[in-house]
Design a protein. Structure first.
Length: 352
């Protein structure tokens, strides 16, 4: 029976919208539940971090530490603790960098590994390695950051000139740009006999992390906090230049800040542990499916989920072929590619 055939006396009126005071009260009721869920997620990451410290070939167990075994304590402080901290820092920073990149590009299917940022950073490291073989780690990081900024800026410039901002076209353009940069890097690495060194930068691996060789990753931790503080600005910038200007923000400055954060995070992670693909793509999208698109509320979730995901992948890589170890970049790539395909097909199905 159509709505017109229903007598007026039996029609159910639409629900009245909540008054502002009731809506605010509902939001306040949701906040404690969100805080509890986030605390539980952080506790799960803490459990994974503790488990990570006791997984490996060396005999480091709780009983050996409690008995005062000097060898166990040395391995614990020199290797296990720095490795766990580096996993948490890298996972958190790359996930937040992916979220910022998606806001800048106004597309949910991009991240530093699919727009040429990581490939540009690798090219920068190769250039400084060839020209200055004895360059310090800080010099490599600075050069990689400059190249990463140039590569990301080139992608954003190409993106502005695209006639159609198709959801799937944008990541394809980024992947093609990254492929071109990667081909150039591989060619010069082959000519300079640095292919093996290049491969170590392109595959994320925490097995070589030791005390004194991971401290640069604290920089990405600071940048993650900066990204959280500027989350609202990135959200506004994602609406476009005209909208941002009408709200009184400088669009170019916000984009430049995002460019610096994404490039510096990518460069530091590549220099320290190598590339970890798909992380900045799948984590923000999964968080968006769970809690929505409120960026200010999503950033802590992205950080916690990213750290937990990389910790879990690192533990799997160390146990799946024990006593051998599979690089975490391989595990993340295998899982991330499946999730990426799922997100693409889900987006296409929702449109159909």
């Amino acid at each position: 029976m159509s709505a017109a055939a229903v007598p007026a006396s039996t029609q159910v009126p639409p629900p009245a919208p909540l008054p502002p005071s009731a809506a605010a009260a509902a939001r306040r009721r949701r906040l404690p539940r969100t805080a509890v869920s986030l605390a539980l997620g952080a506790a799960a990451v803490l459990v994974l971090a503790v488990a990570s410290m006791f997984v490996g070939v060396s005999d480091v167990s709780l009983s050996s530490l409690l008995s005062g075994d000097p060898v166990a304590w040395q391995v614990f402080w020199v290797s296990r603790v720095p490795r766990t901290l580096s996993v948490i820092l890298a996972g958190t920073a790359l996930s937040v960098a992916g979220l910022i990149m998606q806001l800048m590009a106004r597309n949910k299917f991009v991240e530093p590994g699919t727009v040429g940022t990581v490939e540009s950073a690798s090219l920068g490291i190769l250039v400084v390695t060839v020209l200055l073989p004895g360059a310090s780690l800080m010099m490599k990081m600075s050069t990689a950051t400059v190249f990463a900024m140039a590569g990301t800026a080139l992608f954003l410039l190409i993106l502005r000139r695209l006639p159609l901002r198709n959801t799937l076209l944008v990541p394809l353009v980024g992947i093609m740009l990254g492929g071109v940069i990667s081909a150039v890097t591989t060619f010069f690495a082959y000519r300079t006999d640095l292919l093996q060194t290049l491969n170590s930068w392109m595959v994320g691996d925490f097995s070589g992390v030791l005390r004194g060789r991971y401290e640069l990753l604290w920089i990405v931790g600071i940048l993650t906090v900066v990204g959280y503080l500027a989350a609202d600005r990135f959200t506004v910038a994602g609406m476009g230049a005209d909208f941002t200007t009408n709200l009184g923000l400088n669009y170019n400055r916000v984009m430049a800040l995002g460019l610096v954060i994404v490039s510096l995070i990518s460069a530091v992670v590549v220099v320290s542990v190598g590339s970890i693909p798909f992380l900045g793509l799948i984590v923000p999208n999964l968080v968006s499916l769970l809690i929505g698109d409120n960026v200010r509320r999503a950033v802590p979730w992205v950080a916690v989920f990213g750290a937990g995901f990389v910790l879990a992948c690192d533990i799997i890589g160390r146990t799946i072929r024990y006593p051998y170890e599979i690089p975490v970049g391989v595990i993340v790539s295998a899982i991330g590619s499946v999730l990426f395909l799922y997100l693409l097909l889900r987006k296409r199905a929702s449109r159909g």
